[in-house]
Design a binder for this molecule. Structure first.
Ligand SMILES: *Cc1c(COP(=O)(O)O)cnc(C)c1O
Length: 449
């Protein structure tokens, strides 16, 4: 039987339920069905090619069908695809753990694997919670999160999430978390003193509640899903100091920002800090396979050591924890990152992107452009002076991205923020082509007749 677009579209409609997708709208449109990819481009079953402008939802590092990564998986397949990490080890899981410890900020010395960013966050939350029990402080069981935070979609991760659109429906199912403000200058009523105000609020909460708080969880430097919101320099250092002063663990969710995305290997490096627990995922395999890790300090790890009868074991694990194929491709990804000097190169290309974006800033409906490394958010507004938002039901973000698709690039918006997050290895010429499409689509939709 020949596989045609029409047949796939019909079966897609009949059998699939897509994530973060209103299926009613989706079914009314022609589905995009990807068949292959090469470099920074994806190709659909009809032969159309598109730039992968959001790195297949913030994952992709070097591009698609990268020979070094393909080969790593093929070689591992010649040995074994998977065996469990419960009570036994495997070769790539060990070698990768060593490299993760070397790459991450000093002091993070132990690696606990899982399969997705949400799981890495769940693990961080459970570790922090149980850590205080082992330290004889069981009353320290609360969490502090930041307003508009996103940490994944499982129940624990949603509990420390704070995007009402995604999370509100589940509120009675969740454990409560205290919310502190994230320094978002563009929409802050405090203007230049936004960060100062946020920090004061944070300290006030800690002063009052630290005795019952296990940990503070933060998306360091860039809050992603809330609309690519960027912290001022030094803010993570100030949060680190507050957590130290009030004896609260700091969890850094580097799922989106890790592995070079913000122009440093990890975002915590911008402020030279080490969190107590760090979650990584997305870019870890170069965008190839689901793999995640939660790293922590000797202090946290050692609190779980004890005699068997003490039941201090960390009772957590997933069937595919430490999967060999995932760990092998992650090792190849890290090697390629080193060999191509990718993090520094990405930082350099980010400056090029920044120069190009300054033109876009002049457009009538571009309210704010936020960029850290190759992580960009373009906030579209109805009125530049008043910063009035486009009405939600106008779907401006969705329409701009739909126009991009017609012009040959795939993006996905966050409300009225157009997210541009190209694969880190994109060349300057490729970035120029992508930015031309981005600008054209924004003009067509917001300034067109
Ligand atoms: C994507 C993301 C997650 C969730 O990762 P998944 O692999 O999708 O579960 C968690 N935290 C942040 C900051 C993210 O961007």
């Amino acid at each position: 039987m020949e596989i045609t677009y029409e047949m796939l579209a019909a079966k897609n409609k009949q059998f699939l339920w897509h994530p973060f997708t209103q299926m009613k709208d989706y079914l009314a449109d022609d589905p995009l069905i990807i068949e292959s990819g090469q470099g920074r481009k994806l190709r659909d079953v009809n032969g159309n090619e598109y730039w992968d402008g959001v790195s297949s939802i913030w994952l992709n590092v070097h591009g698609h069908r990268v020979p070094e990564l393909d080969k790593a998986i093929q070689e591992q397949l010649g040995k074994i695809a998977h065996s469990t990490l419960l009570g036994m080890a495997n070769v790539p899981a060990i070698l990768l753990a060593e490299q993760l410890v070397e790459l991450t900020p000093p002091g993070l010395n132990k690696v606990f694997y899982s399969d997705s960013g949400a799981e890495a966050v769940e693990i961080a939350v459970k570790m922090a919670f149980q850590y205080w029990q082992h330290k004889g402080r069981p009353e320290k069981k609360g969490f502090i999160t930041m307003k508009e935070a996103y940490h994944g979609d499982t129940i624990g991760a949603v509990s420390v999430g704070a995007i009402d659109l995604f999370h509100k429906a589940y509120s009675s199912l969740l454990f409560p978390a205290y919310r502190i403000p994230y320094p978002f200058a563009y929409r802050s009523p405090h203007g230049d003193r936004c960060a100062e105000f946020c920090l004061q609020e944070t300290e006030a909460l800690l002063q009052e509640k630290a005795d019952e708080i296990a940990a503070m969880i933060v998306e360091p430097v860039v809050q992603g899903a809330s609309g690519i919101i960027i912290m001022p320099n030094g803010y993570m250092r100030q949060l680190r100091e507050l957590c130290d002063r009030y004896n609260v663990l700091l969890i850094a969710d580097e799922v989106a920002v890790g592995f070079g995305r913000t122009g440093k290997m990890f975002a915590c490096e911008h402020d030279g800090i080490t969190p107590d627990i760090m979650a990584v995922a997305k870019g870890i395999t170069g965008g190839y396979l689901p793999l995640a890790a939660t790293l922590t300090t000797d202090e946290v790890y050692e609190a779980f050591l004890g005699d068997y009868e003490e039941k201090k074991t960390f009772f957590h694990g997933h069937s595919y924890t430490g999967n060999q194929l995932g760990c092998s491709v992650a090792l190849a990804n890290l090697k390629l990152i080193r060999d191509t000097d990718l993090v520094q190169e990405a930082a350099r290309k980010a400056e090029h992107v920044s120069r190009r974006l300054s033109r876009l800033r002049e457009r009538k409906h571009v309210g704010d452009i936020r960029q850290k490394g190759l992580m960009v958010g373009v906030e579209l507004v109805a009125d530049k002076e008043t910063k009035e938002e486009f009405p939600w039901e106008d779907r401006v973000g969705i329409r701009v991205c739909r126009r991009c698709r017609e012009l040959g690039m795939l993006l996905r918006p966050l409300g009225n923020v157009i997210v541009f997050m190209p694969p880190l290895a994109s060349t300057e010429a490729e970035l120029d082509e992508m930015l031309t499409v981005l600008e054209q689509a924004i003009v067509d939709v917001t300034e067109g007749a």
